[in-house]
Design a protein around this ligand. Structure first.
Ligand SMILES: [Zn+2]
Length: 109
């Protein structure tokens, strides 16, 4: 089991709505350290602040693959589709103030 400092779960309402679950977990990765094969559908989410976030999905099944900054330099690879998802433990929980009330034992970072 691994605990990576760049592995976090986000409990913001956007992540809850987009993921269909109370949080969304991603592994931070620089563009130069990943390779993407196949067709990826993308949707650009624009926050109230104007900040853009590119969301990548499998073009065939809709599985969430990543979120990235508008320039696609910094990615958050979605934990759910990684084979190592049971071995990678999120060390940070962000936007804990909007976390589901029934989700207990999560420390704020
Ligand atoms: Zn979020």
């Amino acid at each position: 089991m691994y605990r990576l400092s760049d592995l976090n779960s986000c409990h913001c309402t956007d992540c809850q709505i987009i993921s269909g679950w109370p949080c969304r977990t991603g592994v931070a990765a620089k563009a130069e350290n990943i390779s993407i094969k196949g067709v990826v559908a993308e949707y650009t989410k624009v926050a109230e602040s104007g900040r853009k976030r590119v969301l990548g999905f499998c073009d065939t099944c809709g599985t969430g693959l990543y979120g990235a900054d508008a320039e696609k330099n910094n990615f958050a690879i979605r934990l759910g589709f990684l084979n190592q998802r049971d071995d990678l433990v999120p060390i940070k929980h962000i936007y804990r103030n909007s976390a589901a009330s029934w989700l207990k034992g999560i420390e704020q970072h």
